[in-house]
Ligand binder design. Structure first.
Ligand SMILES: *Cc1c(COP(=O)(O)O)cnc(C)c1O
Length: 411
């Protein structure tokens, strides 16, 4: 494989024109869109207008005049097609952690007296922390978190399980679960499912409705490019909506918030999963960021993502890097999301040395170097440069320098 071949792939790439819809600093190779998506080109203007006109001039009348009050539903409806969800089932709000708390509370209540929340040992920690918090609040008799390894999930799915709570694409390894099959098996034993789509939404095609999923959450600031701390989203299958109650009942999820009734009465549909006042500026940014998905077929995104990963692995092999840093992601590309993980004792320092060379990646404790591939702006040529710079760093040992070994608060 040589640079010319990769440039040829870029020249024939149907998604290549999407790159100009992002503001990526000149010379930067950004392989970290799975942690924080880059700035879409239309955002600055949208935010400027929000601030000067809507907030600055129209002030509180903007809740009606500029439909601020409808944003959680409107943005949810724009995310829905990326999830394979029909209208009326997705709302945009809060963070994944807060939304998981709501969903776990709702699902446990719906499936009472069962109490087991089955999850995976190496799930993203916040998912496990949220379940631990619910268990502390409800007590052992109503919630018990059971964590097993990925291989043991099928065996652990039995008639005691109230909720199967999993992350679709593992944040470290990129391993992707079979959503349809696990959901089916959970339903066979009478369990409900909650899927965390943090590394899936906007990265891989999803079919929540067709797969019969009950609940899901996902992230606004990763592959959806909504900016730091962008609000998350919740999916609640239509068939369950009128039967579920969520524990963070707040006025935005009330059926008539401006009646200011003393008693709570849940809004119809997925809207009952709203709690407090939406962060309008952040939500408007996410709304504008979703423009980049207009006209994009997720199957094309998936095909390019797999090709980018294959090229990356091919170059790692060609430059003989794999014996030094084995791939920790599934070898079969049907079994992984849009990222690759490599194991190395000095993964942190290597990530810092790569960042110093304008290749933005991240480190995940204890020993993973993680590369995320977002097909909307990553070029095949970028892959060539990234692997060659990595090879130079690993072979020369420059990462051993002191400056590459100092850790900040965020890694
Ligand atoms: C990034 C990520 C989160 C983030 O949760 P927030 O509460 O929105 O900060 C949750 N779950 C997974 C799997 C993630 O990768």
């Amino acid at each position: 494989m040589d640079l010319e071949q990769l440039r040829e792939l870029d020249a024939n790439d149907s998604l290549a024109s999407k790159r100009v819809e992002f503001k990526i600093p000149e010379g930067l190779i950004y392989l970290d869109g799975n942690s924080l998506g880059p700035l879409p080109a239309g955002i600055e203007q949208r935010l400027q207008e929000m601030i000067t006109q809507q907030w600055g001039q129209d002030l509180i009348s903007s809740w009606n005049k500029h439909q601020w009050i409808d944003l959680p539903v409107k943005v949810g409806e724009r995310i829905a097609p990326l999830l394979g969800a029909a209208p009326g089932q997705v709302v945009c709000c809060d963070s994944i952690s807060v939304n998981l708390f709501k969903l776990l509370g709702a699902a446990l209540q719906l499936n009472s007296p069962r109490r087991v929340v089955l999850s995976q040992q190496d799930n993203f920690p916040t998912d496990l922390y949220t379940a631990q918090g619910i268990a502390g609040l409800l007590g052992d008799a109503r919630c018990q978190l059971k964590q097993v390894s990925s291989d043991a999930l099928y065996d652990a799915l039995d008639e005691t399980v109230a909720v199967l709570m999993l992350t679709h694409v593992n944040f470290r390894s990129g391993a992707m679960h079979d959503m349809r099959e696990l959901t089916r098996r959970a339903h066979d034993v009478g369990a409900l499912v909650i899927w965390d789509l943090a590394h899936s939404a906007g990265a891989v095609p999803l079919a929540l409705d067709a797969d019969n999923v009950d609940f899901a959450v996902g992230c606004g600031y990763k592959y959806l490019n909504g900016g730091p701390g962008a609000p998350a989203f919740v999916y609640v299958a239509e068939r369950l909506q009128q039967r579920v109650e969520q524990p963070l009942s707040g006025w935005m999820g009330h059926s008539a918030p401006f009646n200011f009734d003393a008693g709570y009465a849940a809004a119809a549909g997925a809207k009952r999963f709203l709690s407090g006042t939406p962060p309008i500026l952040s939500m408007a940014v996410l709304d504008a960021a979703l423009d980049v998905f207009d006209g994009v077929d997720m199957q094309d995104v998936r095909a390019k993502s797999q090709q980018l990963c294959q090229m990356f692995l091919g170059l790692m092999r060609q430059l003989e890097l794999l014996p030094k840093m084995p791939c920790a992601s599934p070898a079969n590309d049907k079994e992984r999301g849009s990222q690759l993980a490599f194991q190395h004792g000095d993964a942190f320092a290597i990530a810092q040395a790569l960042i110093d060379q304008q290749v933005i990646v991240d480190f995940r404790a204890p020993d993973i170097l993680r590369f995320g591939f977002c097909p909307l702006y990553t070029r095949f040529e970028d892959i060539w440069h990234a692997v060659h710079r990595l090879s130079e760093i690993v072979t020369s040992g420059t990462y051993k320098q002191e400056i590459f070994n100092q850790r900040g608060a965020v890694t």
